[in-house]
Design a protein around this ligand. Structure first.
Ligand SMILES: [Zn+2]
Ligand SMILES: [Zn+2]
Length: 364
């Protein structure tokens, strides 16, 4: 089976839109006609050369689409069903899989580093050469073959371009608040970064009943959006000190770093109060290291922790998020940025690299 795809050949080079060959679905796999794919910070790490990944590779892992065909043993999906992809097709056998954390599965992380699925194959090729899969997915294609268990039922009421955001940014950001931090009603928070994930962390804090939430981002458009989504204040990094002295001089109950740079983590931790919890949500560039003052942890008894993919099994978390979407407690539409066709995928990448307010989405 052939499909058109956006193929990455290395940092600094444009993605190539071309035809690739897909293996037919196995018994436990489905073919998904991709409807929308969000450009995530993880894709940008590869594009900027901050993570070394094998090439050629199809990037993209935040997607939604419609099932077109199913393997012989597939029982939970039928052609025509709309699905959100989980990017964690884990091994299903290790201790992390057993505790309901497929995104923490070590064989999965090895596969992601190798640009393959857990069993070492990719099911994608071009002129006989293996084409690798970004984040064990490779969603920037018209058609994609994935395991049944990572094609999560969406229902019929959420548009695909909105649903795509659920697949990574929303599960990660909202999950960081609900399932990693377990933020209590009335709590306060600082969120460093107001891109896709940061705005979902913000919505998560509002869902959980946070009282005071300060969003921090250097991009004015993102700060405006944070205010519209309910932030108490939205400030540039150099304005944070002044704002915190006025609002919460002792710091917040929860600091979130939605970016994942050592400097942004430091900022979130600095404004976490004594005894408070700081959560690293964004993924760092390879080789990044913290330079931390141990006094933050003994004298001030702060907790520093992290979360991967919302610290919950996507198959469990997605229905919970969909319930919030249907009750209009969780908004997707305002977080949509510009959309592009597959042929304009390089413009989509440019817009995302430029810090577009709202998630950039490709509609293959
Ligand atoms: Zn992502
Ligand atoms: Zn596993």
């Amino acid at each position: 089976m052939k499909t058109r795809a956006a193929v990455f050949h290395g940092a600094g080079r444009p993605l190539e839109v071309c035809e690739i060959e897909l293996e037919e679905p196995r018994d436990d796999e489905v073919v998904v006609r991709m409807g929308a794919v969000g450009v995530c910070g993880t894709d940008l790490h590869s594009i900027r050369g901050e993570w070394q990944r094998p090439t050629p590779m199809v990037l993209g892992h935040e997607g939604a689409g419609t099932v077109e065909a199913i393997g012989n043993s597939v029982s939970s999906l039928r052609p025509g069903d709309r699905v959100v992809l989980s990017w964690a097709p884990s091994c299903g056998k290790c201790a992390d899989c057993a505790r309901g954390r497929p995104a923490a599965c070590v064989p999965l992380h090895r596969a992601i580093a190798a640009g393959t699925l857990v069993d070492g194959r990719t099911g994608m090729s071009q002129n006989g050469e293996t084409v690798h899969r970004g984040t064990a997915t490779g969603a920037l294609v018209e058609r994609l073959v994935v395991a049944e268990r990572v094609a999560l039922p969406l229902g019929d009421d959420v548009p695909l371009e909105e649903a795509a955001l659920l697949g990574c940014a929303a599960l990660t950001g909202v999950g960081a608040v609900l399932f990693a931090a377990h933020l209590e009603a009335g709590a306060s928070a600082v969120i460093v970064g107001a891109g896709g994930v940061g705005q979902f962390v913000l919505q998560g804090t509002k869902l959980a009943g946070a009282k005071t939430v300060v969003s921090v981002d250097p991009v004015a458009g993102r700060r405006e959006q944070a205010l519209e989504l309910g932030a108490t204040a939205a400030v540039a990094p150099d304005e944070l000190k002044q704002t915190m002295r006025r609002l919460l001089p002792e710091g917040v109950d929860y600091g979130f770093d939605a970016v994942g740079n050592p400097e942004t983590t430091e900022l979130a931790l600095r404004w976490t109060r004594s005894g408070g919890t700081c959560v690293v949500v964004g993924l760092p560039a390879a080789g990044a290291r913290f330079d931390l003052d141990p006094g933050e942890f003994n004298r001030r008894e702060k907790w520093l922790t992290g979360t991967m993919y919302g610290s919950e099994d996507p198959a469990v978390a997605l229905p919970i998020l969909l319930e919030h979407v249907r009750a209009e407690r969780l908004q997707l539409r305002p977080l949509l940025g510009p959309t592009f066709g597959l042929d304009d995928v390089n413009d989509a990448i440019e817009a995302s690299l430029a810090g577009s307010a709202g998630r950039v989405v490709v509609q293959p």
